[in-house]
Design a binder for this molecule. Structure first.
Ligand SMILES: C[S@@+](CC[C@H](N)C(=O)[O-])C[C@H]1O[C@@H](n2cnc3c(N)ncnc32)[C@H](O)[C@@H]1O
Length: 369
């Protein structure tokens, strides 16, 4: 979607899906981090007005409500910074914030200005907190691709406890690219902070998969865990990819859970065309077939391994969840594609059939015939 002229605009179904992912993730993120940290920070770098024309909440309000609803009795300091470069939208957001009951331990500020300028002060502060890093979540959700600088994202991901959720706006990029315009070229350069991008564009044009993979690799250079989720409009065109990048295994796991709930097929994709009432019958079958192949490839040359190792692998290296691991192992055991020792190695007790807690010893069988 191109930048609307009005202060608010209509909520698309894929924006609603994006909000659901954000809300579910934050619902898990705040309580986990507030248990162990005195302060946490949420920054919405392209905040919008906080409300859509139909009255639905925007991302800043969703982020605030997720915290208020989950953390009723916590005394930690929660810091929220919202930036937008259109003053009317900042004022509208302030109005929306004023309708909430903000607890006294919350520090909430909506500021007028450009993300790439506004982020510098918090970034420098966070970089100075080497001995006591503050968990920070940065949501970067522009309409297009201007003012999203990879040098800033790199600095954010190099902080010890920072995660980012980025709207990789492939349609905005396609829409606005004018090869001969030096200003646009500069934006593209800043977006990737890599001169190779121009060679890639010259060779392949603005091919979705190529650009997405290029960006994914850039993020993977900086963060251990990177996932993306595609958002399609009604005509089946990908509007953007929502990229999550983090160095925290638990955060990664929680984001995968949030994304799976928005697309139970496991394709990590939402389409405005999707019929919400349609039941998806083949999910389990697809999951087990895909995950069993992945596990077999990874573990076939091992002897017996602890189920814990398989869980860690599924959590950190695949798009699947622990529950998928269990379904898949159950099916593989029924088909004798794995062998499971009868005794749990940790407890010394006899194992319960169809369950694979830590200490369960499993061997994958490479049936070549
Ligand atoms: C896609 S909307 C954000 C929607 C919002 N995150 C939500 O989910 O409800 C992008 C917003 O970024 C603002 N914007 C555009 N360029 C910006 C910049 N360089 N820095 C900060 N905000 C900017 C626009 O005014 C617009 O309100």
């Amino acid at each position: 979607m191109s930048q609307p002229k009005s202060v608010t605009w209509k909520l698309d179904p894929h924006t609603k899906a994006k909000h659901e992912i954000l809300q579910r993730y934050l619902g898990a993120w705040y309580p986990i981090l507030c248990n162990t940290n005195e302060r946490v920070i949420f920054i919405d770098g392209f905040s919008g007005p906080g409300i859509y024309s139909g009255g639905e909440p925007g991302s800043p309000i969703i982020a605030l409500r997720a915290a208020i609803e989950h953390l009723a009795n916590l005394q930690n300091e929660l810091i929220f910074r919202f930036y937008d470069d259109i003053l009317e939208r900042v004022k509208c957001l302030e109005e929306e914030i004023s309708k909430l009951e903000i607890p006294p331990n919350y520090n909430v500020v909506a500021e007028h200005g450009k993300f790439s300028d506004k982020i510098l002060k918090p970034l420098e502060y966070l970089e100075s907190q080497v001995n006591k890093p503050i968990p920070t979540f940065v949501f970067i959700d522009p309409f297009g691709f201007k003012d999203v600088r990879f040098d800033i994202i790199r600095r954010l991901l190099n902080l010890q406890k920072c995660e980012v959720l980025i709207n990789f706006n492939i349609s905005g990029m396609r829409r606005n690219i004018d090869h001969d315009d030096p200003k646009t070229k500069e934006h593209v350069h800043n977006y990737f902070d890599d001169n190779d991008i121009f060679e890639v564009i010259d060779k392949y044009g603005y091919k979705e998969n190529i650009l997405r993979t290029f960006y994914q690799k850039k993020l993977e250079d900086e963060a251990q865990f990177v996932r993306y989720f595609g958002m399609e409009n009604r005509t089946g065109i990908t509007v953007y990819y929502l990229f999550f990048a983090s160095n925290n295994s638990l955060g990664h796991k929680k984001m995968k859970e949030a994304m799976w709930r928005s697309d139970p097929t496991g394709e990590y994709r939402f389409s405005d065309r999707t019929d919400e009432n349609q039941t998806i019958m083949l999910i389990e079958e697809t999951v087990t077939s895909n995950l069993s192949t992945i596990l077999l490839n990874e573990f076939k040359s091992f002897g017996y391994i602890d189920s814990e190792e398989i869980t860690k692998y599924v959590d950190d290296k695949t798009p699947f969840l622990e529950k998928h691991k269990n379904i898949t192992l159950r099916e593989m055991e029924n088909e004798v594609r794995i062998v499971v020792l009868p005794e749990n190695q940790l407890t010394g007790k006899k194992r319960r059939k169809n369950s694979y807690p830590s200490g369960t010893m499993i061997k994958f069988i490479n049936n070549i015939l």
